[in-house]
Design a protein around this ligand. Structure first.
Ligand SMILES: NC(=O)c1ccc[n+]([C@@H]2O[C@H](COP(=O)([O-])OP(=O)(O)OC[C@H]3O[C@@H](n4cnc5c(N)ncnc54)[C@H](O)[C@@H]3O)[C@@H](O)[C@H]2O)c1
Length: 472
């Protein structure tokens, strides 16, 4: 709903929305709730002006910023405080205050912390010219049902190859970062990606995208590592090779030995999110190199979504309505939780049987689609990148907003003495708590075998272990 022209009564409409009343149940005076007194809300700082105010989800204000010539600089989205919302003048005051904060931050190269407007866990800090305010979006489940918080987030991405660029692009689209710093040993590549993305920012949520060295990561709230050799370059595209992505471990441990200490030197508090393959062993390696525990990996978050997509496809339903998980490792030995997979409350395997489809064939074909999705993609475009870019951006959002969403990601499991991917509560420190899923006997055996294999492989790369010549 967009509010454009002057009508003081529109505040009543906004208030009704902010209180959770539906537009139709609001008072008669709010019937024209598609307008708002922009004059009251208007504020000028330098060349910045507020041009348009939108109410979204009853609790969000979206404000277009225009420059002196009327060009749109970007959109800021802020939560509307609810206390005092029953008083229209209070609402107007608070809106004014919010706009003052936004324009001050936008116009000045840096500005002092803005006072929180409520007792909410809003985290305001120093901000630069193009820092943006994050938005609580209206999606559900693992797509973003964050509590309404307001974030300013600086994020580092190491590796600006196919995956790093896709992650950066997806982060730009989600609008939860105010600064993205790309670091790559190929400096020209990082600069090229940052420059390219910057040209899209004027019509995207505001974000600074820059290429830099490790020093530029000071203050980062999260560092995502995508640097390293990929499946195509590392010879891991043979579907019949049981090692799969583990083939990349030897080469990528060397990359991590270079990258992780440099990250920790400049951003010691930032959680490290491992995307590079193979992610689970590289979490163990990164933990040892970083000497801290805030290391996690995207791991089977992506496989889980692939599983849901292929099940949804088979049943002709939206993957959003499929409840299914892949755990263990992002690799050839990932474990598909068929025993609990469901569609709209019906067990997937029951639905398969009901349709007279041979269960084993069905399972095999879905698992193959998921397990080798990366190779299928690589055969088409040379690198699997866009899906992982979107997934990583979502995970970054979960972390910096401290959402405590539950998603299958990789983290060290003391029970097994190795990193595994399991349903995990994810918050600002990374993996907060694992929720051990109920497993069938087969699934438990498969998970145990995956853990044993990973432990055997990774021990060669950890302090005290024998140095391997190759993962194989
Ligand atoms: N976890 C997943 O689900 C998933 C999905 C797709 C790809 N991947 C993995 O992501 C990694 C990157 O894949 P890609 O396709 O982007 O590869 P790429 O070759 O396109 O990019 C890798 C980048 O890393 C940089 N790099 C290498 N060593 C570095 C170092 N020491 N310091 C800084 N930068 C360094 C390279 O210069 C290059 O730009 C691979 O390991 C790939 O297998 C993981």
């Amino acid at each position: 709903m967009t509010f454009r022209r002057c009508a003081t009564r529109a505040y009543v409409g906004i208030v009704a929305l902010a209180l959770g009343a539906s537009a139709s149940s609001a008072s008669p005076s709010s019937a024209a709730a598609d307008t708002v007194d922009v004059g009251v809300l208007q504020s000028l700082t330098g060349t910045m002006a507020i041009s348009e105010v939108t109410v979204k989800n009853a609790t969000l204000l979206a404000i277009d910023q225009i420059n002196a010539k009327g060009g749109v600089l970007g959109k800021k989205i802020v939560p509307i405080v609810e206390d005092g919302a029953s008083d229209p003048s209070m609402f107007a005051q608070k809106a004014q205050k919010l706009i003052h904060v936004i324009t001050s931050c936008s116009a000045a190269p840096s500005c002092e912390p803005a006072p929180p407007l409520t007792n909410s866990p809003t985290r305001w800090r120093r901000c630069s010219a193009s820092e943006s305010l994050a938005v609580r979006d209206d999606r559900e489940g693992d797509r973003g049902d964050a509590p309404g918080t307001c974030e300013k987030m600086k994020l580092g991405i190491i590796g600006a190859g196919a995956v790093g660029a896709a992650v950066a692009m997806a982060v730009c689209g989600r609008g939860h970062a105010c600064q993205i710093t790309l670091v790559d040993k190929n400096v020209a590549r990082a600069k090229g990606v940052a420059t390219d993305l910057r040209y899209g920012v004027p019509v995207s949520p505001l974000v600074d995208v820059e290429a830099g060295d490790y020093e530029a990561l000071v203050g980062a709230e999260l560092v995502i590592v995508t640097a390293g050799i990929n499946e195509q370059a590392g010879g891991a595209t043979d579907r019949s090779d049981p090692l799969g992505r583990l083939r990349l471990l030897d080469a990528n441990v060397k990359v991590f030995e270079d990258v992780i200490p440099r990250v920790v030197a400049v951003a010691p508090d930032a959680p490290i999110l491992v995307v590079t393959n193979p992610p689970e062993p590289l979490v163990d390696v990164a933990r040892a190199l970083a000497r801290h525990e805030r290391v996690l990996s995207t791991s089977t978050f992506l496989d889980t979504l692939r599983f849901r997509v292929h099940l949804g496809e088979r049943f002709g339903v939206s993957p959003a309505s499929v409840n299914a998980q892949v755990i263990g490792e992002h690799g050839t030995a990932s474990v598909f939780l068929w025993s609990t997979a469901g569609i709209g409350g019906v067990r997937v395997l029951d639905a398969v049987r009901d349709r007279g489809i041979p269960v084993d064939d069905f399972r095999r074909s879905v698992e193959e689609d998921v397990r080798f999705a990366n190779i299928t993609i690589i055969e088409g475009i040379g690198a699997s990148q866009y899906g992982i870019g979107i997934v990583t951006a979502r995970l970054a959002e979960i972390i910096v907003r401290d959402e405590r969403a539950i998603v299958p990601v990789g983290s060290y499991q003391a029970r097994y003495g190795v990193t595994l991917s399991l349903p995990t509560v994810v918050g600002s420190s990374g993996a907060v708590e694992v929720l051990w899923p109920a497993l069938s006997d087969d699934e438990q055996r498969a998970l145990d075998a995956t853990a044993a294999r990973l432990k055997d492989v990774v021990k060669h790369y950890l302090p005290g272990g024998e140095q391997a010549v190759g993962a194989g």
